[in-house]
Write a protein that binds this ligand. Structure first.
Ligand code: GZL
Length: 335
C-alpha cells in the first residue's frame, strides 16, 4: 500500500517536472492538467505536437486542446512545431522517449511521417492524427483521425460560386486562388474539392493559384502581386483560410476595390473576423472549418487507454455561411 503511494507520488512529480524539462528551450507553451487518473486508475499523459501558431484558427485549436485536457484532468505535454516538420518529428520522438499514454499530432504536411510513426507503433503508443491528414502507405501506423473533411470544404466553396455565378451576368468568371501551406492536406484537398467542380464548367477560368501559407501577411503580399498582374480582370477570390483573406481584403480596400462587390470573396474557416465581414457584405461566403477538436480528441484518448472501442474517423459538424443566409442568430464563434 505504502509503496503504491510512493510510486504514485513519484509519478506525479515526473508528470509535473519532466514535461517542463522536455519543453524547455523550444519556445512552446503547455497546458498541464493535474495528471488525473482514467477509470482504470492510470494517470493519462498526452503528448501533443501542434504545428504552429499561424492563424486565429490555430490559436483556437490549441485553446480547445488545453481546455479539454483540463476538463478531463489529463496532463497535456505540448510542443509547438513552428511550421517545421522536423520540429514535429523531434517532438513526437521526445513523447516516445517519455512514454506518454497517447500521442496527438497536427501534421503540417501530408508526407514524411512513416519512420516516426513506426517508432511510436514499436513503442506501443497509440497515435491520434488531429486537424490535418497524412498520406501514408500503411494507414495502420496511426490509430484515429479527428478533424474536418477538407475536400468537402473545397466542394462547398465551389457550390456557392456556382450559385453566385447565376447572378453575376458574365460570360467568363475569372478566379484567383490563395492556397494554404504547400503539401498540407487542407491546401491539397480544398484545391481539389473546388477544382473538381469548377474546372468542368466553362463559365469559370482560374487565372492563378498562389500559396499564401495560411498567413495574413502572405495573403496581403500575394493579393498585391495578383492585383498588379491581373487588375480588374479578377472577379472572384477563393482563399483557403480567413487569415489570408483578411490580408487580401486590406489590399483591395487600399486599392479602391470593394471586396464582396467588385470581387466576390469565398473563404474557409469561420473566424469571428470573417463572419463580421460577411455580415458587412465584404465577404460573400465563409466555409466553416471548426478548430474545436479538443473534446473529441480527449474522449478518444480515454477510450484508447481503457481498451474501449473508438471510431477511426471523427469529423465535427460543419456548415457554410453565405450572403444568402440570415446570420442574425449566429452565436459568437469563439475563435
Ligand atoms: C484546417 C487547418 C488550417 C486552417 C487554417 O483544418 O489545418 O490551418 O484552415 C490553419 O486557418 O492555420
Amino acid at each position: 500500500m505504502r509503496s503504491r503511494k510512493i510510486s504514485k507520488i513519484i509519478r506525479c512529480i515526473l508528470c509535473c517536472i519532466l514535461p517542463l524539462l522536455l519543453l524547455s528551450g523550444c519556445g512552446s507553451n503547455a497546458g498541464t492538467g493535474a495528471g488525473a487518473e482514467t477509470e482504470s486508475g492510470r494517470e493519462l499523459v498526452i503528448g501533443f505536437s501542434q504545428l504552429g501558431s499561424e492563424s486565429a484558427w490555430r490559436l483556437g485549436n490549441t485553446a480547445s486542446m488545453e481546455q479539454a485536457a483540463r476538463d478531463h484532468g489529463f496532463s497535456l505535454m505540448m510542443k509547438n512545431g513552428m511550421q517545421k516538420q522536423e520540429k514535429q518529428i523531434a517532438a513526437i520522438r521526445s513523447f516516445i522517449a517519455y512514454q506518454v499514454d497517447v500521442i496527438v499530432f497536427a501534421p503540417i504536411v501530408e508526407n514524411g511521417w512513416t519512420n516516426v510513426l513506426q517508432e511510436a507503433r514499436d513503442a506501443g503508443i497509440p497515435v491520434i492524427m488531429m486537424d490535418r491528414v497524412i498520406n501514408i502507405a500503411d494507414s495502420d501506423l496511426y490509430d484515429a483521425y479527428v478533424g474536418p473533411d477538407h475536400y468537402m470544404e473545397g466542394v462547398n466553396a465551389a457550390k456557392f460560386l456556382m450559385r453566385k455565378a447565376e447572378e453575376m451576368d458574365k460570360e467568363k468568371i475569372h478566379i484567383v486562388e490563395l492556397s494554404g501551406t504547400d503539401g498540407s492536406s487542407p491546401m491539397l484537398r480544398r484545391f481539389r474539392g473546388f477544382h473538381d467542380l469548377i474546372d468542368n464548367d466553362d463559365r469559370f477560368e482560374t487565372l492563378e493559384t498562389v500559396s499564401g501559407d495560411f498567413l495574413r501577411s502572405k495573403g496581403r503580399k500575394c493579393m498585391e502581386d495578383l492585383l498588379s498582374r491581373y487588375g480588374d480582370e479578377i472577379d472572384v477570390l477563393y482563399s483557403h483560410n480567413d487569415a489570408m483573406t483578411l490580408g487580401a481584403i486590406e489590399v483591395m480596400e487600399e486599392n479602391g476595390i470593394k471586396p464582396g462587390e467588385d470581387i466576390v470573396i469565398i473563404t474557409v474557416d469561420g473566424e469571428q473576423a470573417a463572419i463580421d465581414l460577411l455580415k458587412e457584405g465584404k465577404i460573400n461566403c465563409v466555409v466553416e472549418c471548426s478548430p474545436k477538436l479538443g473534446e473529441a480528441v480527449m474522449e478518444l484518448a480515454e477510450k484508447m487507454v481503457n481498451g474501449e472501442e473508438y471510431p477511426r474517423n471523427t469529423h465535427p459538424e460543419e456548415s457554410c455561411f453565405t450572403e444568402y443566409d440570415d446570420l442574425s442568430d449566429l452565436a459568437p464563434r469563439g475563435y
